[in-house]
Design a protein around this ligand. Structure first.
Ligand SMILES: Cc1ncc(COP(=O)(O)O)c(C=O)c1O
Length: 432
């Protein structure tokens, strides 16, 4: 027992075993050093950061724990035993009914409960769709440039070619898409990721006409449509032409990505294939959380949560935009109208990698956008999320960003060039 206690104290770093001189108590004033992680060659460990503006997460502290708990209790009390078995792989009927109502009401989608498939997030939804594309002879998937880099990686595993199509201030440039032989495209019309541009009404009709002409398919990633600040969300593309648009949605931004809850409405001709694909992938998504979300949708708690978080995000967005206008007026901003982040085009002389590294040196994590452009030219840009930081923290973040920018503009290159510095994986965001 004593030996076990010693082993535990050594493991926790309170005792140190020294070969030849026994076991001594560590100087507790000094915290035990972290186990050294051997950095991959060419990488220098960067200091940890205390402000993280990288995109990808909503404000997890706003997760409606109390209502989720209450709904979970109700579900556990009331759910018939059979519902805990292998149920319909395309999802619990209770959730499909509530979601169909919600998507019709809030997204102007054309959807009935029987046409919805519940998945473990937009990523699974898109993966199943792209696999179906490949199985039916598609070899190319067009994606927006810029777009989510991890999505490109994931979807690139399931289709031969990913083709980059540029985005301008009206969204995807449909005339560029028309020049290709491609018949399938992935778009983010409600809030282009990451530029935040909304697909203009003219482009919406152009895109739908393109899909009809080539008998193609549009995969609509409707990833954070509720968070628009100045005007309400505009309807989804799927509502314009449900036979050519597959709508993919997710609770990852509205609630939390850890739920792994999403949904797909595919064109009817694909529906049976999609059901089979979902069934053969995992026999269905976890059922308890589906019933909990169904209750939140039914009793209005989901709408209240959206309204509350939208207000919070708008305040944070305002704080970030104000601070940026004051401290970095020559950084061109896009996407301030909605979503959970803004995109910042860097002025000449401010290198994206260097400014990220200089910000990391100041304890601030921001995301460079280069990897999001695929094969097309990438202007130096950053993505800064305001979702998780209160206003005061955002002001401090911009202050550090301005200092990082100044240091980059004045820096001379050399062996200490911060551009060779990389942020060591520290949180789950580093792995995406
Ligand atoms: C463009 C885009 N779509 C969808 C998602 C959500 O994916 P999932 O529902 O698999 O968590 C994200 C998450 O960051 C995203 O950036």
């Amino acid at each position: 027992m004593v030996v076990d206690a010693y082993a535990q104290l050594v493991a926790e770093g309170f005792l140190v075993v020294r070969a030849g001189s026994g076991t001594v108590v560590r100087d507790v004033a000094r915290p035990p050093s972290r186990p050294s992680v051997s950095a991959p060659s060419g990488r220098v460990e960067a200091p940890p950061y205390d402000i993280d503006l990288r995109p990808g997460l909503p404000d997890l502290a706003s997760f409606p724990r109390a209502v989720w708990l209450a709904a979970t209790r109700d579900v556990l009390r009331l759910l018939p035993d059979e519902e805990l078995g292998y149920v319909a792989p395309w999802g619990a009927l209770a959730l499909r009914e509530e979601l169909a109502d919600y998507l019709k009401r809030v997204r102007a989608a054309m959807v009935e409960p029987d046409h919805l498939v519940i998945v473990t997030g937009a990523t699974q939804g898109l993966t199943l769709l792209v696999r179906m594309l490949a199985e039916t002879g598609h070899t190319i998937l067009a994606v927006e440039s810029p777009s989510n880099a991890s999505q490109r990686r994931v979807l690139g595993r399931h289709i031969s070619h990913i083709l980059d199509v540029p985005v301008d201030d009206e969204g995807l440039v449909v005339t560029e898409l028309e020049r290709t032989a491609c018949r399938a495209v992935l778009v983010t019309p409600s809030h282009q990721y990451p530029s935040g541009v909304m697909l203009s009404p003219a482009r919406r009709s152009e895109l739908v006409r393109w899909a009809q002409r080539v008998d193609g398919v549009i995969l609509e990633d409707d990833y954070a449509p509720e968070f628009r600040f100045e005007r309400g969300p505009i309807g989804c593309l799927q509502g314009l032409d449900p036979q050519h648009v597959a709508l993919v949605g997710s609770a990852s931004k509205s609630l939390a990505p850890g739920l792994r809850l999403g949904w797909v409405v595919a064109p009817l001709v694909w529906h049976e294939m999609l059901l089979a694909a979902k069934r053969d992938d995992d026999f269905g998504s976890p059922v308890l959380s589906q019933h909990v979300l169904a209750r939140l949708l039914a009793n209005g708690a989901y709408d209240r949560h959206i309204r509350r978080t939208r207000r919070r995000y708008m305040e944070r967005r305002n704080a970030l935009v104000t601070a940026l206008a004051e401290e970095l007026p020559d950084w061109e901003m896009s996407g301030r109208g909605g979503g959970l982040h803004v995109m910042l085009r860097l002025p000449a002389g401010v290198d994206e990698e260097r400014v990220c590294a200089a910000a990391a040196d100041r304890g601030l994590a921001v995301q460079g956008a280069r990897a999001m452009y695929g094969s097309l030219p990438a202007p130096h840009s950053l993505i800064a999320s305001y979702a998780r930081a209160p206003a005061g923290v955002l002001t401090e973040a911009v202050h550090r960003l301005a200092a990082a920018s100044t240091s980059v503009r004045t820096a001379t290159t050399g062996s200490n060039d911060p551009a060779i510095r990389r942020v060591r994986p520290a949180t789950a965001l580093d792995y995406f």
